[in-house]
Design a protein around this ligand. Structure first.
Ligand code: GDP
Ligand code: MG
Length: 162
């Protein structure tokens, strides 16, 4: 069956934006309560000749836990459910302790991880990806989900790990 890619990362780093870029097409949005739209959780992606399932773990409702607990739970789900983990961080905000905590869990898992440094919208801030080398997850890929930049190189790396 198709491999599964799970997207992990802190709230607001751009997971849903990247998910929508990868999955594309029509959005089947689930209404949670009136006036509130929830992010899609599952989709199908295609890159080159590869088809895969995509999970946006940010859309998984794991209750009212503190941020770090939620992030750990999402990382654990991603490790269990996926073949490759797409770990997204915010290159504008820079490295945070929560990123380091998640990276620690992902490194221990031995699952392939591709690190996307999002919100690098222009060449002036392109070098801000380098500080994320310290996460110990290999080469950081500078991307802009909003502008659709760098996603081809990122997905090349994802499918290499299938
Ligand atoms: P999520 O909480 O991780 O799912 O993040 P979202 O995809 O909902 O995005 C959070 C915010 O970041 C939104 O306001 C997006 O428009 C914005 N955003 C997402 N990707 C980018 C990007 O590449 N560049 C910039 N500047 N903003 C982005
Ligand atoms: Mg989201």
């Amino acid at each position: 069956s198709k491999p599964t890619v799970a997207i992990v990362g802190r709230p607001n780093v751009g997971k849903s934006t990247i998910f929508n870029r990868i999955v594309g097409g029509r959005t089947a949005i689930v209404e949670d309560r009136p006036g509130v739209t929830r992010d899609r959780l599952y989709g199908n992606g295609t890159w080159l000749d590869h088809e895969f399932h995509v999970i946006d773990t940010g859309g998984i409702d794991i209750g009212d836990e503190p941020l770090l607990m939620q992030m750990k739970a999402q990382a654990e789900i991603a490790i269990e459910e996926s073949d490759v983990i797409l770990f997204i961080v915010d290159g504008k905000t820079g490295l945070t302790e929560a990123d380091e905590e998640v990276a620690r869990i992902l490194r221990r898992s031995q699952k392939p991880v591709v690190l996307g440094v999002n919100k690098l919208d222009n060449t002036k801030i392109r070098d801000q990806k380098y500080e994320f080398y310290s996460l110990g997850l290999g080469d950081p890929y500078g991307i802009s989900g909003a502008h659709g930049l760098g996603l081809g190189d990122l997905l090349d790396q994802v499918i290499k790990d299938f």
